[in-house]
Design a protein around this ligand. Structure first.
Ligand code: TEU
Ligand code: CA
Length: 602
């Protein structure tokens, strides 16, 4: 069959540079620290690294505010360190994708400094400037009523040139004007080609559907005037020239370099047909996108941090939608449960209670490693790191999105204790900060992350939850993830590329699905001993597997789908190396709390 592009079998580990490993004791993670741990990543079994922004930046939004695409944030290291990292990864057969943040720059980028210097500056239209409106009482008003992701208006007043500039995110992140061809060309040269020339293998493309702005910035209908957060900016995704721009970016800046991987961060687009316009192979825009249906579960519709209830059926529906999205299409999909913008998955989708945290982490690992698509793991997920403890005060949360929300709640509630406790509960469940506490290496001071005072407090549970304590414990989250990544690669036709079918959808505790090899490809060969067997026989050909996951703290009956009742199912006990066989219809087994299992269907 057609040679499969490498990125369909990528297992991507996301590193958040500030929190991965500090090599020089300044409390900030850095690239030399990352380089010192490449063996750890290789042993885990990942084959691609996604490095969150390490570029020169004032760090207003942790590096998603870039002031020089072609240089490195000094505390993270130097361009020479980056070249050492690229070389160190490639020597290990690991590819590198960088974060491509090109919807906006930092206000400290020299492009913006020039643009704001005068209305006549040649770079004036590299950003989006508009004159004020005036209301009936002659008061100056922003060009429209949209609100920014981190609060306030999307328009920031510039006294010097008496105009507003647009920023979908923080005022320190002015949006670039993609309608201007010279700007696009400069972006392609500086943010893309500069790094592809250094041997980088692809990009995670930040806010990939926001670059094309509307012709007119008309007011959005704010249906709930009392709601100071009713976002309007997210309404503006997928603008009129989006596909034109991405086709041009791919054709001019990436295609000349061969198989460059692109994964787009594509929020606010629930419609699969709209997504296909971005990732259909013949579109030549992006290889794949992150779908946020699962990550958005529990986030408020009023404000992201005002949590709303959901249950396992919502999780199953969200995952199932993007498993089946690729059927009959020449396209691809992604599998992930964590990133630097999301709270920890054991806390959000299973249980971080001490008695359940490790089982929950293994359960999520078994789910993610048996789903089809390119798999992404976020630093710390492999050891089951959990959300920040409830008792931490709000000032331990460093993210501007959290702090801005807290301040707006204080204004909105007048500081009312109940209102503020509700805000704190939302932050405790959903804040982006949960993903940003330092990675826990061992039980020594600061969890071995830094010899100095870490930029962000280390989670209190680091003496119990750390890489050192899990390396050699066969049933630890880390050992299980390592085994599951090997298992996924060994049986890729089933787990990384197979056809997904869900059963028993209404069950609020158990997630049951099968995976089947695509009809054009043969089955996988299974030895009686799932660990890959040592007998020289090819083993038995298997075309289908059954996965059952108990997402509850109670025992649940294992219900083998009727379709499989007359099959022989062979339980693959991934925690130990023996394999027990029994008839599918044999005595119903009981799944322990947060226990997951995978069966080969013979
Ligand atoms: O995220 C954009 C994004 O959709 C989320 O950050 C969301 O908009 C935000 O949390 C408000 O709800 C990307 C990066 O992943 C994020 O870290 C940056 O803060 C953001 O873009 C701006 O670059
Ligand atoms: Ca450092």
């Amino acid at each position: 069959e057609r040679l499969r592009p490498w990125w369909k079998d990528a297992i991507v580990y996301q590193v958040y540079p500030a929190s991965f490993k500090d090599s020089n004791g300044d409390g900030i993670g850095d690239i030399p620290g990352l380089i010192s741990e490449l063996d750890y990543l290789e042993t885990l079994g990942i084959n691609t690294l996604w490095l969150s922004p390490m570029y020169k930046s004032p760090q207003v939004d942790m590096g998603y505010d870039i002031s020089d695409f072609e240089d490195i944030h000094e505390p993270f290291g130097s361009l020479a360190d980056m070249e050492k990292l690229i070389d160190g990864l490639h020597k290990r057969g690991i590819r590198l994708i960088l974060d491509l943040v090109i919807n906006h720059t930092s206000d400290q980028h020299h492009w913006f400094q020039e643009s704001r210097s005068s209305k006549e500056n040649p770079k004036r239209n590299w950003y989006i400037w508009r004159p004020p409106r005036y209301d009936a009482s002659g008061q100056r008003q922003p060009p429209n009523n949209w609100r920014a992701a981190f609060g306030g208006s999307v328009w920031e007043w510039d006294e010097k040139t008496q105009e507003y500039y647009l920023h979908y995110f923080a005022p320190e992140q002015p949006d670039l004007n993609w309608d201007n061809e010279a700007t696009r060309k400069a972006i392609y040269d500086s943010a893309i080609r500069f790094w592809l020339d250094k041997g980088v293998d692809g990009f995670r493309v930040d806010t990939v559907n926001k670059y094309s702005k509307p012709k007119e910035f008309i007011d959005a209908e704010i249906t709930d005037p009392k709601n100071p957060w009713q976002y309007a900016y997210p309404l503006f995704c997928n603008g009129p020239r989006m596909h034109e721009f991405l086709k041009e970016m791919n054709r001019d800046a990436m295609a000349p370099y061969g198989e460059v991987m692109t994964v787009g961060e594509l929020p606010c687009t629930p419609d699969s047909k709209e997504i296909l316009r971005y990732v259909g192979a013949e579109e030549r825009e992006l290889n794949m996108v992150f779908h946020f249906d699962m990550i958005y579960l529990g986030m408020g519709t009023v404000h992201k941090y005002m949590p709303e209830p959901f249950d396992l059926r919502d999780v199953k529906a969200a995952l199932g939608k993007w498993q089946r999205f690729i059927e009959g299409q020449d396209t691809w999909t992604t599998v992930f449960a964590e990133n630097h913008d999301s709270a920890r998955s054991v806390s959000r989708f299973a249980s971080d209670a001490p008695e359940h945290r490790e089982a929950s982490s293994r359960l999520l690992a078994l789910m993610l490693t048996t789903l089809t698509g390119t798999l992404f793991i976020y630093q710390g997920q492999e050891i089951g790191m959990a959300n920040i403890p409830r008792h931490w005060p709000v000032d331990e949360y460093k993210d501007l999105e959290t702090q801005n929300f807290w301040e707006r709640m204080r204004k909105h509630t007048g500081g009312d204790p109940e209102g503020m406790e509700a805000a704190m509960d939302g932050i405790r469940l959903l804040a982006r900060d949960h993903a940003r506490t330092p990675l826990q290496w061992d039980g020594s001071k600061n969890a071995g992350f830094s010899a100095g005072r870490p930029w962000m407090r280390v989670h209190d549970d680091y003496p119990e939850v750390n890489i050192e304590r899990q390396r050699d414990r066969s049933n630890s989250p880390l050992a299980f993830w390592t085994r599951m990544l090997r298992f996924r690669k060994q049986f890729a036709a089933l787990f990384a590329h197979g056809i997904f079918r869900e059963f028993d959808h209404e069950n609020k505790a158990v997630f049951t699905y099968t995976k089947e090899v695509q009809n054009h490809s043969g089955g996988v060969y299974v030895h009686t001993d799932d660990a890959g067997g040592d007998d020289e026989s090819r083993g038995e050909e298997v075309k289908k597997a059954l996965v059952v996951l108990n997402f509850s703290a109670a025992e649940q009956h294992l219900v083998v789908p009727r379709e499989l009742r007359d099959c022989r199912v062979r339980l693959v006990r991934l925690s130990v190396s023996t394999v027990a066989e029994h008839d599918g219809a044999a005595a119903p087994e009981v799944l322990a709390p947060y226990e997951g299992r995978v069966y080969f269907v013979l």
